[in-house]
Ligand binder design. Structure first.
Ligand code: NAD
Ligand code: TYD
Length: 352
């Protein structure tokens, strides 16, 4: 792989993946980043990469549903691998307005697959980045394995499940070299602040209410984003074609505990001398419809076959993440001043 087309590279995980590939991974080729720049995509994230890795990093603004634009990019850069991050990714937005999820996550993946088929002669791999949410919800016990039946519960997870099925079908039907990864919840730098972890960090820093859905007992398995990026690259290099790999953090936490830990850490790192502990900012709010109770990942296949394990503990990962948000106020202000963000915060939480 010398010319990897990364889609959605201006979003949270895509940005981290591109930095990882250009500066830390054993990869010396080029990255061609194609992103539509929705509200979640921020081209400023990668300005430093553009400067530092001039020969190895190229950005094109394009929609993955736009086959004509993508054909030109394939031709121009002799693309030999695809890593598909591009998606609408926020469950709550998918509940309010699912249209874009169907368009990008299903039709967009289909469009990319068709393109991959057209260029199959030069293509080494189509890697599809997906989520554990396709498996639905767990009770108190058990873990998702690669054999767990798909039972998506939100328009977001249903659209991702649909795209996974298409990718698998293109392997079976056309022999397209594909791999799929299904990962648990990520946190880390560059995450858009409408998602749980950055939302809580930024609200807590400003002394604003911390909204916890329902009773806060829903459990997620948290993984630091760079660990996810490493796992994807290992799968791209050595994963068996046609296979799915689960990726997880071995870090299950109820939402109320996650929020409590962030509050305690912020009280240490950024104390507010005359204010009460930040835990007092927690507010239980109306639950998300169809809210999945618990996600937990069995990633033993990835460990057994490719030797991958997460490196970052939650303690060290969340500290890095908090420091990143503290050190990148300009990024935060730019994102928060956006009309999309402001409209969403008002609609979802009734504030600004
Ligand atoms: P994100 O919302 O932060 O970024 C998505 C990016 O895709 C944005 O830059 C956006 O502009 C771009 N995009 C959207 N529609 C597009 C289109 N039609 N054409 C081209 N680009 C488009 O999402 P993220 O959190 O970085 O997630 C990336 C991928 O990882 C998604 O496929 C998501 O399902 C998957 N995933 C995310 C998590 C998580 O915790 N965030 C966990 C597991 C899997
Ligand atoms: P989120 O970051 O939206 O990820 P996902 O829904 O894909 O798991 O949310 C993580 C968990 O946090 C999820 O159980 C919903 C919950 N949550 C809240 O309790 N309050 C909030 O304001 C948000 C955004 C999420």
């Amino acid at each position: 792989m010398q010319n990897i087309l990364v889609t959605g590279g201006c979003g949270f995980i895509g940005t981290n993946f591109i930095f990882y590939m250009l500066s830390a991974a054993d990869y010396k080729g080029r990255i061609i980043n194609v992103d539509k720049l929705t509200y979640a995509g921020n081209p400023d994230n990668l300005v430093a990469a553009e400067k530092k890795f001039k020969e190895r990093y190229i950005f094109h603004q394009a929609d993955i549903c736009d086959a004509r634009a993508l054909v030109d990019i394939f031709d121009l850069y002799a693309v030999d691998a695809i890593c598909n991050f591009a998606a609408e990714s926020h469950v709550d937005r998918s509940i309010v307005k699912p249209d874009a999820f169907i368009k990008t996550n299903i039709e967009g993946t289909f469009c990319l697959l068709e393109l991959a088929r057209q260029f199959q002669h030069q293509l080494e791999l189509f890697h599809h980045v997906s989520t554990d949410e396709v498996y639905g919800s767990l009770g108190r016990d058990g873990h998702f394995t690669e054999e767990t039946p798909y039972r998506p519960n939100s328009p977001y997870s249903a659209s991702k499940a649909s795209s996974d099925h298409l990718v698998r079908a293109y392997f079976k039907t056309y022999g397209l070299p594909v791999t799929i990864s299904n990962c648990s919840n990520n946190y880390g730098p560059y995450q858009f602040p409408e998602k749980m972890v950055p939302l809580i960090i930024l609200n807590a820093l400003e002394g604003k209410p911390l909204p916890v859905y329902g009773k806060g007992l829903n459990v997620r398995d948290w993984l630091y984003v760079i660990d996810h990026c490493q796992a994807i690259w290992e799968i791209m290099k050595a994963g068996r074609r046609g296979e799915t790999y689960n990726i997880g953090g071995q870090c299950e936490m109820a939402n109320i505990d996650l929020v409590g830990r962030i509050c305690d850490l912020l009280d240490e790192i950024a104390p507010r001398p005359d204010a009460p502990p930040r835990r007092e900012l927690i507010r239980f709010v109306k639950d998300r419809p169809g809210h999945d109770m618990r996600y937990a990942i069995d990633f033993s296949k990835l460990t057994d076959e490719l030797g991958w394990m997460p490196h970052e503990s939650f303690e060290s990962g969340i500290q890095k993440t908090i420091h990143w948000y503290l050190d990148n106020q300009a990024w935060v202000e730019l994102v928060k001043s956006g009309a999309h963000y402001q409209r969403w915060m008002k609609q979802q939480y009734g504030g600004g």
